[in-house]
Design a binder for this molecule. Structure first.
Ligand code: PLP
Length: 423
């Protein structure tokens, strides 16, 4: 039989590290737009015996025996994903968002093909053609960006670039953009130039699931996503597509991009899809959007410039020049970490600084909303962020801010006080 002792008895060092991060998660305010806290049920499935099973292939077509139960489990996950998003086909095997994109590119593109995506320094993602990523190494990515005056994606500009570069695929989606993209217009441009439309919905898929954001599914040939952001599932990827692309997409994931599926993660994705189909989850996503908007508006009233003037989704970008011209994103993020507020620094459109310094902070509300914060609390968090950044160098002010952060964090915790960090 396997060793049945608890982790703390078997490996005190690792148990200690897990407990330390659980403590960090419980005692800080989390504003990283791509992070969230999973339910106990999701964690249980992720930590289940499905971690033991090899199952290369897909339900009914496996390269291993003993997959009857795994087949039912993956079918349940696929069916739930299809029903939650109204999609014809779902692939739940991508290990991550990057691999969902890799599987999609492998299935629908040939090396050297032209692809049009959003500029990384204006909100796009590494997998949309960065030269340090496989996407930029294998394909000829061209880019569209945001309009300098509105800081929004201008569909006339996207069309102009598409007509000039004639891509085989257009990628719509982002990691740091606070507005709603016009999926229908993207599809219109794709049809006009004879391109496929891939929507990378990694950031917004949770909002889509809860009805708090327009769905790209009816317009995109293929939609890729992560399951661990607002969707509140385990770390992982997901691909949704029209039935006619299903077989190619499946092949693009396995065997093109990956080997054996992470069955424990797929089980946990299925639990997350189930949770995301409830009224409670719908209310949660509406609250995320309301919170993001309330926080961005109150910061604006406090004299802080928010890129594009606000937000329609779960995130926004602060332009730190409105606090101090010399304050970099990296320094601001580190400073906030010292008072218990976790954020990430980010370039803003037309940023005068390189990405590793940057001029912006990306602020996201899914995690704080999971902890139960509503508009009043997130406005208070916004004030604390501003006080910390403006009061840097003033030790008494920083201590006062840290005290208030600790008090708020303890009133809005993701897990019970005695939670050891694992189930
Ligand atoms: C738009 C977008 N696509 C893809 C990814 C990649 O996801 P992962 O980190 O799971 O590989 C991310 C991650 O933040 C993202 O924001």
């Amino acid at each position: 039989m396997t060793d049945q002792r608890h982790l703390a008895e078997v490996d005190a060092a690792m148990a200690g590290l897990i407990a330390a991060d659980a403590e960090r998660q419980r005692t800080s305010i989390h504003l990283i737009a791509s992070e969230n806290f999973t339910s106990r049920a999701v964690m249980q499935a992720s930590g289940s015996v499905f971690t033991n099973k090899y199952s290369e292939g897909y339900p009914g077509r496996r390269y291993y025996e003993g997959c009857a139960v795994v087949d039912q489990m993956e079918d349940l996950a696929r069916d739930r994903a299809k029903s939650l998003f109204g999609a014809e086909h779902a692939n739940v095997q991508p290990h991550s968002g990057a691999q969902a994109n890799m599987g999609t590119y492998f299935s629908l593109l040939d090396p050297g093909d032209v692809v049009l995506g959003m500029r990384l320094d204006q909100g796009g993602h590494l997998t949309h053609g960065s030269h340090v990523n496989f996407s930029g190494m294998l394909y000829r990515f061209e880019a569209y960006g945001v309009d300098p005056s509105t800081e929004r994606v201008d569909m006339d500009e996207v069309r102009k670039v598409a007509l000039s570069v004639r891509p085989k695929m257009i990628v719509a989606g982002f990691s740091a953009y606070s507005r709603i993209l016009d999926w229908e217009a993207f599809r219109g441009i794709a049809d006009e130039v004879g391109a496929l439309l891939m929507v990378d919905a990694a950031h917004i898929i949770g909002l889509v699931a809860g009805g708090a954001h327009p769905s790209p599914i009816p317009y995109a040939h293929v939609t890729t996503a992560t399951t661990h952001k607002a969707l509140r599932g385990p770390r992982g990827g997901l691909i949704l597509c029209e039935e006619r692309f299903g077989a190619d997409i499946d092949k693009g994931v396995f065997p093109n991009a990956q080997g054996g599926a992470l069955n424990n993660q797929i089980a946990a994705k299925a639990v997350a899809f189930h949770e995301a189909s409830t009224d409670e989850y719908r209310a949660y996503t509406a609250q995320i959007v309301a919170n993001a908007s309330a926080m961005a508006d109150s910061m604006t009233a406090d004299g802080i410039r928010i890129v594009s003037g606000g937000t329609d989704n779960h995130l926004f970008l602060m332009d730190l020049r409105s606090i101090d011209d010399d304050l970099t994103g990296r320094d601001a993020a580190r400073l906030l970490d010292t008072v218990g507020i976790t954020v990430n620094f980010n370039t803003i459109p037309f940023d005068p600084r390189p990405p590793f310094k940057a001029t912006g902070l990306r602020i996201g509300l899914p995690a704080a909303t999971t902890c139960g914060m509503k508009e009043d609390e997130v406005r208070r968090v916004g004030t604390l962020v501003a006080r910390a950044l403006r009061g840097r160098g003033d030790e008494a002010e920083m201590a006062a801010v840290a005290g208030e952060v600790a008090e708020l964090a303890s009133a809005f915790q993701p897990y019970p006080v005695d939670f050891p960090g694992h189930v």
